[in-house]
Design a protein around this ligand. Structure first.
Ligand code: NAD
Length: 272
């Protein structure tokens, strides 16, 4: 098993990729703290982890609230005595439907940046002292392909997820002397409840996914939480001990430099 005797915190672990990562880690021998905004969802996943024979703790905490984050870390240390792995997974568009420079409001900017960027910072700030103590740690941050190759405008969300890459690279540089590695996963389109805020599940959404993946994803399908859990396991385990400050694109082959395609498909050429 790749994570025997390790302890991980997975933020936003009640559903989607967070749940997939938490269960994959547990299958590999890891004890997992499942964080969520609502305790019921976290408790359900914690039960699934216990059924796999591992220890688990469900903690309700809003990652954008430093007191709640500190409480989550204190509870983790009280129960498990250490933190080896942190997955900064919680995030999303917070119910905001797109946004460009004309339509993005200051309120939406704050809401989205608070969770996706400040939240990851706050959790790092509370967890890293415990990793430093043990001179060991693996931090995995979830960004988004939209941060590096937007195909629709979601200005605040993409800026926040680009910020997550800056946080990753700076922390990797800063923490390498303490044997703490920090890497980022950049997911392409992954089928999770993330999309529910944008479009309810059903035939229309399925048709949208089919059309989008046909056009943008060489592997020709949406990703799954398991597609993300595998690379997360690599970055959390000893398999990646010589890997830090890296950005891993898990996006079905979606190219990074297809800006030409992005701009062409935007269809907006004011003034020709
Ligand atoms: N699904 C995609 O296509 C996709 C693509 C690129 C990046 N991402 C990113 O990957 C990560 C996981 O996404 P997902 O698709 O599993 O989404 P999801 O909506 O299924 O799960 C995200 C989880 O984060 C939790 N969360 C949100 N705000 C929180 C807060 N303030 N405190 C604690 N928990 C909070 C939610 O309750 C939810 O359980 C997110 O950071 C998301 O932005 C998703």
């Amino acid at each position: 098993m790749l994570l025997e005797n390790k302890v991980a915190i997975v933020t936003g672990g009640a559903k989607g990729m967070g749940r997939g990562i938490a269960l994959k880690f547990a299958e590999e021998g890891c004890d997992v703290v499942v964080n969520a905004l609502h305790i019921e969802g976290a408790e359900k996943v914690a039960e699934e982890i216990r059924a796999l024979g591992r220890r688990s703790l469900a903690v309700k905490a809003d990652i954008s609230n430093s007191a709640e984050v500190q409480n989550m870390v204190d509870e983790t240390i009280k129960k498990f005595g250490k933190i080896d792995i942190l997955v900064n997974n919680a995030g999303g568009v917070m119910g905001v439907q797109g946004g460009n420079i004309d339509t993005a409001t200051e309120e939406d900017w704050d809401k989205i940046l608070n969770v996706n960027l400040k939240g990851a910072f706050l959790v790092c700030k509370a967890v890293i002292p415990h990793m430093k103590k043990n001179k060991y740690g693996k931090i995995i941050n979830l960004s988004s392909m939209g941060a590096v190759n937007p195909s629709v405008s979601v200005l605040h969300y993409h800026a926040a997820k680009a910020g997550v890459l800056g946080l990753t690279l700076n922390l990797a540089f800063e923490l390498a002397p303490q044997y703490i590695s920090v890497n980022a996963i950049v997911p392409g389109p992954i089928e999770t409840p993330f999309w529910d805020a944008l479009q309810p599940p059903g035939p229309e959404r399925d048709a949208f996914f089919t059309a989008m993946t046909k056009k943008e994803i060489p592997l020709g399908r949406m990703g799954t939480p398991e597609d993300i859990a595998g690379p997360a396991l690599f970055l959390a385990s000893g398999l990646s001990d010589y890997v830090t400050g890296q950005i891993i694109y898990v996006a079905g082959g979606q190219p990074l430099s297809s800006h030409a395609a992005t701009f062409l498909s935007s269809g907006e050429r004011p003034g020709g």
